[in-house]
Write a protein that binds this ligand. Structure first.
Ligand SMILES: NC(=O)C1=CN([C@@H]2O[C@H](COP(=O)(O)OP(=O)(O)OC[C@H]3O[C@@H](n4cnc5c(N)ncnc54)[C@H](O)[C@@H]3O)[C@@H](O)[C@H]2O)C=CC1
Ligand SMILES: O=C(CO)COP(=O)(O)O
Length: 322
């Protein structure tokens, strides 16, 4: 299977970075977005990726019908918009592989984005791309590794071959549930890690948060049918470490602001939208996820931060691996 023409849907930070990665991999690239007149004229996305030039070989378009030319579509808009965008694609994408590049869970249904896609765009062949990868790093061609999962191994490998280059290394996987759960839950945990940093609770607390957060991720992954090895990989542990330790992460930065008692900056914070869904999912599966519960309660304004920290530290003592 050869995927020569790649369309990227969504011209924000991640969509633009992925278009650049695909172009570097030698593909013919179409970047579709809303309101892309300025982007097409200047070939710069200064709002999202300052200082990055978009090569002329990338076709920038606001006409969704152009996406129909593609052999595969990378869907890189925020999670809560995946359904609406997939419905727009339904008029043009007939069985074309669609790769979800968003990280989160749909608030209204608790669905993973590939489940949304299966419902909103039934002929699409869903796949998912996730892992530790800041758009700015990918845009600048810094070495990055991600996971691409599709239920059909040949499709996962064809997508890796289409997008892989010396600076962008995708690994093929078939466990879409594990890859999506890792990407969605690490954002919630990154908010918690940001709160720890913003509250100046110390490096020991940060490390404990990551380890106990990872325990929660493995528990919910097992309940949802993810393979444990997937969560040990790039889209689980890898992305958890990245976003729980870098101020470049919007989720981590949002948590820092909360921890400092400041008003968080406006912008896309997927973990804030996903936290209440993650909590609901944990409760539905009777999984103990106290950090996730605390983040959901904080972002929903149900509890204050000091109360949440005290509650976490005062839980009944237990065996570590229970
Ligand atoms: N920025 C990053 O470093 C990375 C982001 N992601 C994920 O990619 C997804 C998108 O994030 P970013 O690109 O960073 O966000 P962004 O805020 O930079 O861009 C979002 C883009 O989506 C567009 N958009 C929103 N609703 C739309 C709709 N209904 N139809 C068409 N376009 C719409 C906006 O106009 C904007 O261009 C998120 O789920 C995020 O978690 C994943 C890996 C890295
Ligand atoms: O998913 C990301 C890096 O892998 C980007 O994280 P933020 O959305 O927190 O910026």
């Amino acid at each position: 299977m050869s995927l020569e023409r790649i369309a990227v849907v969504g011209a924000g930070a991640w969509g633009t970075a992925l278009a650049l990665a695909a172009e570097r991999a030698g593909r013919e690239v179409i970047l579709w977005g809303r309101d892309v007149e300025a982007l097409a004229a200047t070939r710069r996305n200064d709002a999202h990726l300052p200082g990055v030039a978009i090569p002329p070989a990338i076709e920038i378009t606001g006409t969704i019908a152009h996406v129909a030319k593609a052999d595969a579509i990378l869907l890189a808009t925020p999670t809560q918009t995946v359904r609406a965008v997939a419905m727009r694609l339904s008029a043009i994408a007939d069985g074309t592989p669609v790769v979800i590049c968003a990280k989160g869970l749909e608030r209204s249904t608790m669905f993973r984005p590939t489940e949304v896609l299966e419902q909103a765009l039934p002929p699409a062949d869903p796949a998912v791309l996730s892992g530790p990868s800041f758009a700015v790093d990918v845009a600048h061609g810094l070495p990055t590794a991600v996971t691409i999962a599709a239920s059909e191994p040949k499709l996962a490998m064809a997508l890796c071959q289409a997008l892989g280059s010396p600076s962008f290394r995708p690994y093929a996987e078939t466990d879409m549930i594990g890859v999506e759960i890792g990407g969605a839950f690490k954002n919630v945990l990154a908010i918690a890690a940001g709160i720890v940093t913003g509250r100046q609770l110390g490096a020991s607390a940060s490390a404990a948060l990551i380890a106990r957060g990872f325990a929660e991720l493995r528990r919910i992954g097992a309940a949802m049918g993810a393979r444990p090895e997937t969560l040990m990989g790039l889209s689980g542990l890898g992305d958890l470490v990245l976003t729980c330790s870098s101020v470049q992460s919007r989720n981590f930065a949002y948590g820092i602001a909360l921890g400092r008692g400041e008003a968080p900056a406006l912008g896309l914070v997927e973990g804030a939208a996903t936290a209440p869904v993650a909590r609901e999912m944990a409760r539905t599966h009777s999984i103990q996820m106290p950090i996730t519960e605390a983040v959901a309660a904080i972002v929903e304004g149900e509890i204050d931060i000091d109360e949440a920290i005290l509650a976490l530290m005062s839980r009944p003592l237990k065996h570590e691996t229970d």
